[in-house]
Design a protein around this ligand. Structure first.
Ligand code: ATP
Ligand code: MG
Length: 733
């Protein structure tokens, strides 16, 4: 009967019901089609009026936005099929057979970076710090507390009655063969209290935690009146991460922190942003959160650097751009109010843009200090994706080549502990790749990874492609192979930008699509951090479509159902009770009872266990420093995950990855793709060729100049008041 109950809720027998019908896109006509390719957008300027502004925004006059601000990602994702690969000559480092030496961080040169021409580049003696040993300190220690006695009544010691099976565990399996069943994930160990939740239940818990945290902050502030409340990080930062956080938040340093893929730059940046928001909690617009591309900006709930600056495409000379900003009251105010400018994924920021922004800051703020006295917090890895090329013949100019880089960035700090790959051999292989110096041994090891991946569950490796067209083709093909009903999920967009075209343009870089079609059996990726084990990048499979009430009922009665798929006869009475109980839960809208169905996803966790999550809508915001939400999207936090673009995969951690290097054509692309994997066992590499691993020699040179964090933390000079003023790039070297 429970099989029957789930069959009654497997997908949308009726059309999905509107949450806010006036904001929804027309979709019913599309319900049986796959999503179309996203429009690339038209390059044109739009003049915004004040209608629909936030309270703060309404104080100001008209604003000029340029939708081209957000073109970067589209350009990035829409590469045409590249020309056949030609082995690089002067622009990549020589591949040498010997392994790369990895010196201690303190052996590194201590001068700031200087621009070096490609021809002048040293080709072989690049030295990098040793990879730290694989740390076990983050693994949860086993419980050592014995259970001395039991207060359970005698009935609890009776053998348990036959559990019934959770309906969604049967659904997908019903369509599978006996063979398939034998490949099912080994029976998971049941984590503490919860293992499956609805997104709203998780939100409630998070709210509660925030309330608790606020309470403790308040009491602390009361006790130390006037002092800054302590930072309460939700993750346990390593010593080097903590040192960077302190240098930014407590010492107010302008710095660039970098490190190879998986060294926790994004985790650290999120903690820094949180702490800065606490520090400037009375004046939130003092902290500007930006990133090089719309996608990266959306991931940290910020805006693009272009959008923050109010410079449109920023092609004009600085005097023109300054005039443009001065005409735009909001943009001018942003420049005047900002005390800390956060820039994420800086490897994709153009050097000319960096110089222009620095000069603009000085002029608008009428302040001769670097960046007009704004504290800069910059992160990224220049060995990853470079700036989007502007013209066919224009040489890539990295942000570190900007004249203003050395005057602005007081410290460049290398994070050395790789968290993503626990296997030091694999981390070392990836590091060789990062540096473009691949030994024959590493080449051999990568070539061995061309074998087919076999897993004991129904999740496949996510295939990474350089272009979006390849991604859409691959995902569409897999969806067509599934037999279930196609369920459309429309985003609900809102925000102070009311022009629908421009709003769409702003949101086009958001991870969440405006419309996603799902089927039972679809492989999906979670695109929001929900809690410790369910994070952005978790991969799962849609097992049912269910309303919250039904899901909650099953969850609350989990003990009755057990978890062994296929073992137990479903119970008719229980299903009837479930139905009766659910009826009053359905709420009324316009006299029609609605119970909106959401995808129920079974996620595979890195520890081999599973979690079920009812994926209800989450929000993504494009938010200006003054708190004005220019655009916001509410959508189920899922994207299809049989295939993903390398651009979208940047920043992700994936357990199972498949990459065909024959298709890769850009510097840094191969490294970004392969470094998403956590283990060699979860990585398949086709057509590995060391010549495909291209590294820009200027990047290699730049990384030869790094400074250790220890130098920042050395005792203060008597004259140093830790103010930004007076600090220079050489003060601590
Ligand atoms: N302090 C920490 N403790 C435990 N795990 C961490 C810590 N910092 C980062 N991680 C984990 O390491 C992985 C990689 O982190 P993160 O994505 O921040 O790296 P990154 O340097 O930004 O990588 P990329 O350059 O690929 O974007 C994530 O799974 C993250 O949860
Ligand atoms: Mg990152």
């Amino acid at each position: 009967m429970f099989k029957k109950a789930v069959k009654e809720h497997p997908g949308g027998t009726s059309k999905p019901q509107a949450l806010q019908s006036n904001l929804l896109r027309a979709n019913s006509a599309n319900s049986s089609k796959l999503p179309p390719t996203q429009p690339t957008g038209v390059k044109r300027k739009i003049e915004m009026t004040n209608s629909g502004q936030s309270a703060l925004g309404s104080l100001h006059s008209g604003v000029y936005f340029d939708e081209n601000d957000f073109d970067d990602d589209l350009d990035f994702d829409d590469f045409d099929e590249p020309l056949p690969f030609v082995a690089p000559t002067t622009t990549s480092t020589t591949v040498k057979p010997e392994p790369v030496p990895y010196p201690k961080i303190n052996d590194l040169p201590t001068k700031p970076s200087e621009s070096v021409s490609v021809q002048d580049m040293p080709q072989s003696d690049i030295k990098y710090p040793e990879l730290p040993p694989n740390s076990q300190e983050y693994a949860a220690p086993p419980s050592s507390i014995p259970l001395p006695w039991s207060s359970s009544p005698p009935s609890h010691f009776q053998p348990p009655s036959k559990p019934r099976t959770l309906p969604w565990l049967q659904g997908v399996k019903e369509e599978e063969t006996e063979d398939r069943k034998s490949l099912a994930t080994p029976k998971r160990s049941k984590p503490a209290d919860f293992w499956n939740k609805s997104a709203s239940a998780i939100k409630e818990e998070q709210k509660e935690l925030r309330r608790e945290s606020k309470k403790s902050q308040k009491s602390d502030t009361a006790s130390k009146s006037g002092s800054i409340p302590p930072k309460v990080p939700t993750v346990f930062l390593s010593e080097e991460q903590r040192a960077v956080l302190d240098a930014v938040v407590d010492k107010g340093k302008s710095l660039f922190f970098t490190g190879s893929a998986g060294t926790g730059k994004s985790v650290l940046m999120r903690e820094i942003i949180k702490s800065l928001r606490v520090k400037y909690r009375r004046e939130p617009d003092r902290v500007a959160v930006t990133a090089s591309t719309g996608l990266a900006a959306c991931n940290i709930e910020g805006v693009t650097l272009h959008s923050f600056a109010g410079i449109g495409l920023g092609k004009e000379a600085v005097p023109e751009l300054v005039k443009k900003i001065k005409r735009n009251q909001k943009a001018r105010n942003r420049w005047l109010r900002t005390k800390v400018l956060v820039v994420d994924e800086v490897s994709m920021v153009d050097g000319d843009l960096f110089d222009k922004l620095e000069e603009i800051a000085r002029r608008i703020r009428n302040n001769g200090r670097p960046f007009g006295g704004i504290q800069l917090v910059v992160t990224g890895d220049f060995f990853q994706l470079p700036p989007v090329p502007e013209g066919a013949n224009r040489e890539t100019r990295f942000a570190f080549s900007a004249a203003a880089w050395n005057t602005t960035i007081q410290h460049t700090i290398l994070l050395t502990h790789v968290f993503r790959q626990r296997d030091p051999d694999f981390a070392a292989m990836l590091n060789e790749m990062r540096l473009g110096k691949i030994s024959p041994r590493t080449t051999e090891a990568f070539r061995k990874l061309s074998r087919k991946l076999e897993f004991h569950d129904d999740l496949e490796a996510t295939e990474l492609f350089p272009t979006r067209a390849e991604v859409e083709k691959s995902n569409s093909l897999r969806m067509e192979r599934l037999s279930g009903e196609l369920m459309p999920f429309n985003a609900i967009d809102s925000g102070t930008v009311t022009d629908p075209q421009f709003r769409e343009k702003l949101l086009s870089n958001c991870m969440a699509p405006p419309l996603i079609h799902l089927k039972k059996g679809a492989q999906v990726m979670l695109i929001k951090n929900m809690e410790d084990s369910l994070v952005n990048g978790s991969i799962g499979r849609v097992v049912a479509f269910m309303d919250e009430g039904t899901f909650d009922y099953y969850r609350e009665n989990e003990d009755e159902f057990g978890s062994g798929a296929g073992k137990i006869d479903p119970d008719d009475d229980a299903a009837m009770r479930a139905k009766k109980k659910l009826k009053p839960m359905a709420h009324n809208e316009g006299g029609i009872a609605i119970t909106r169905k959401w995808p129920l996803v079974r996620f595979a966790l890195p520890d081999g266990t599973e979690r079920h999550l009812l994926c209800q809508p989450e929000t993504w915001k494009i938010e200006l420093p003054n708190g004005e939400v220019q655009a916001q999207r509410s959508q189920v936090p899922l994207i299809l995950a049989w295939a993903l673009s390398i651009h979208k995969a940047q920043g992700q951690t994936l357990q199972r990855v498949k990459v065909d290097l024959g298709r890769v054509f850009e510097k840094g692309q191969a490294y970004v793709a392969l470094s998403r994997a956590t283990t060699q066992a979860g990585l398949q590499v086709l057509r590995f060729d060391p010549r495909k691993v291209m590294v820009h020699p200027k990047v290699v040179d730049f990384y030869n100049q790094l400074v250790s964090i220890n130098q920042i933390n050395k005792p203060k000079d008597p004259g140093d008041d830790d103010d930004f003023e007076g600090d220079s790039a050489l003060d601590f070297l």
